[in-house]
Design a protein around this ligand. Structure first.
Ligand code: AAO
Length: 512
């Protein structure tokens, strides 16, 4: 009996690590700065039909509106309150999006900014996305309401009131991150307001949260907030489902705070993943693709069941956050497709695909002068809709990496091979590697400066398969390369280093 209670208890408790994706779907996409109306349409016309499990949305709550610089994307990381109108749309539009995405089996995960409010220099007035009055100087946010006593100012011991050293955990958690007014989360009142905000979203049908800036919050304070969260809405999720929690903690080593401090609370962002994968595909620091034979925990990443992984995110694709120059983004599209393909083929972690907007990148001495630029907008600052071109790509500056054929097809690949082991590894001791996922899928990369021409054991049943990178199966036709697997599971692969995309992937559902 005691064992049973223990199992039941942990069974429920553990579900905060589970993204609760439907229909065996395995990848989520961050539709950075998209409007709610566009996300709703995208769920119905693209994400659902192509097997995406969920969307990370930009912060939905009221945020500061800035003129200098003009409407930067990062204004949404400066909350003014928890009313649900933002640059992405109104509360009604948010609700409509959540419902419509849920109907097609695509979950919504909210980027929850709960560590702080706006910057200390945010001024006073109604320059906020719902028009609520606030005063940063007086620490007064009447729409919540939060006032002077709800902030950490007195607890911070640095002269500037800012985080001055990442080697001192107390500073990192009690002082201000880039001047953002730091909430006193040990207070029951503050915890209650944060939990109310999140529970409101759970009621509306979201599946979980990306929790911003967790390094800057004490794990026990976070735990107290998470404990107050309701189970997911049973209209869409099983009874007793806990909200999926994935916490942003940048841990590249060498600081007082580590990812490990947060494992017991939920999943954690694995920032080493994209930084290392960038080095590998760029062949920097002597890295070679064949060294990834033990990719995952073998590379000293966090335990598989705690990790959320990504090639780039909205910060490090423009030099914010961490990871540096090795991070691969859509600006290096050929390498990017390979890196994202590798991530999606590999079993490690919960995977997140990035979907970006283009900006006028202008790198001077290693720093992008336009790293602040917001999404494609009209002259009044309102965000432009995402138009879909006849060839299924997006217009008006929306990059839509998640729609690129190679990336979309690798999301499907990941779903098809879900649960299968990493198998049939092959490498040339350089930058040509291949691996399978049981008998359900196989992928081959050529990141060397010469051709690949080799016969490999794929582990797949005999048949002719359509490569989902150079094309895809349409009806019973293949628009790309065809791969013949013999009755011994072997197949011949030929990948020129000059191919548009020097990798090939086949799976059970791409069999002709
Ligand atoms: C803006 C302005 C500021 C202004 C502020 C208030 O840029 O000048 O003071 O408004 O008026 C985003 C933007 C910020 C923006 C903010 C608010 O990125 O530029 O500030 O909105 O509008 C740290 C945090 C991490 C955070 C990251 C950006 O730990 O949580 O900084 N990410 C999240 C969001 C992000 C957002 C916020 C948090 C705030 O994803 O979009 O900010 O809500 C080290 C530490 C990291 C630290 C970085 C950067 O990293 O480890 O924890 O991240 O420094 O400060 C190597 C090291 C690596 C190191 C890195 C950089 O790679 O290995 O560990 O170098 O030194």
């Amino acid at each position: 009996m005691r064992l049973f209670i223990l199992v039941a208890f942990f069974g429920l408790g553990l579900t905060q690590y589970n993204p609760h994706t439907k229909h065996g779907r395995t990848a989520i996409v961050h539709l950075f700065e998209w409007r709610w109306a566009d996300i709703a349409a995208e769920c119905e016309r693209f994400l659902g039909p192509n097997g995406y499990g969920g969307v990370q949305i930009s912060p939905p709550n009221e945020h500061i509106v800035l003129n200098e610089p003009w409407r930067p994307w990062w204004q949404r990381y400066q909350p003014v309150g928890y009313k649900l109108c933002s640059r992405s749309g109104s509360e009604d539009e948010l609700r409509d999006m959540i419902t419509r995405c849920n109907y097609v089996g695509v979950n919504i995960y909210v980027d929850a900014v709960i560590n702080h409010m706006c910057g200390a220099g945010g001024g006073e007035g109604t320059h906020s996305s719902c028009g609520s009055w606030f005063s940063a100087g007086k620490r007064d946010f009447p729409s919540v309401p939060f006032s002077y006593w709800d902030f950490n100012d007195k607890k911070c011991t640095t002269g500037s009131g800012e985080i001055e050293s990442y080697c001192d955990a107390r500073q990192v958690r009690n002082c201000r991150l880039v001047s953002l007014l730091d909430l006193a989360m040990e207070k029951d009142y503050v915890r209650g307001k944060l939990a109310d905000f999140m529970n409101n979203l759970i009621d509306m049908g979201v599946a979980g949260f990306r929790v911003d800036a967790c390094k800057h919050m004490w794990p026990d304070d976070l735990s107290a907030v998470y404990d107050r969260l309701q189970n997911l809405n049973t209209k869409w999720f099983n009874n007793g489902s806990r909200p999926f929690i994935y916490q942003e903690v940048i841990d590249l080593g060498g600081e007082a705070i580590t990812s490990r401090d947060y494992y017991r609370l939920g999943r954690v962002t694995e920032f080493r993943y994209g930084a290392k994968l960038g080095n590998v595909f760029r062949k920097w620091n002597g890295e070679k693709l064949f060294y990834t034979k033990n990719w995952g925990e073998g590379w000293d990443f966090m335990p598989d069941d705690k990790a959320i992984v990504f090639v780039d995110n909205h910060d490090n694709q423009r030099g914010h956050g961490a990871g540096g120059a090795s991070i691969i983004t859509f600006w290096d599209s050929r390498l990017y497709k390979m890196a994202v393909g590798y991530m999606l083929a590999h079993p490690y972690g919960v995977t997140r695909v990035m979907s970006s907007f283009r900006w006028n990148r202008n790198i001077v001495n290693g720093k992008d002068q336009n790293d602040w630029m917001g999404p494609p907008s009209h002259s009044d600052g309102s965000t432009k809709p995402v138009p879909i071109n006849p060839d299924q790509t997006c217009g008006d500056g929306w990059v839509c990496e998640h729609r690129w054929r190679q990336i979309k097809n690798m999301v499907i690949f990941r779903n098809v091979v879900n649960g299968q082991p990493h198998s049939n590894w092959w490498d040339n001791q350089s930058n040509q590697v291949a691996f399978g996922r049981g008998n359900r899928g196989f992928i081959v990369f050529n990141n060397d400066d010469w051709d690949l021409d080799v016969i490999l054991n794929t582990g797949m049943p005999e048949g002719t398969y359509c490569d989902v990178i150079s094309g895809q199966k349409e009806g019973n036709k293949c628009t790309g390369k065809q791969i013949k697997v013999g009755d011994n599971g072997k197949a011949h692969f030929n990948i020129s280093n000059r191919d548009e995309d020097p990798f090939v992937a086949i799976h059970a559902n791409s069999k002709l």
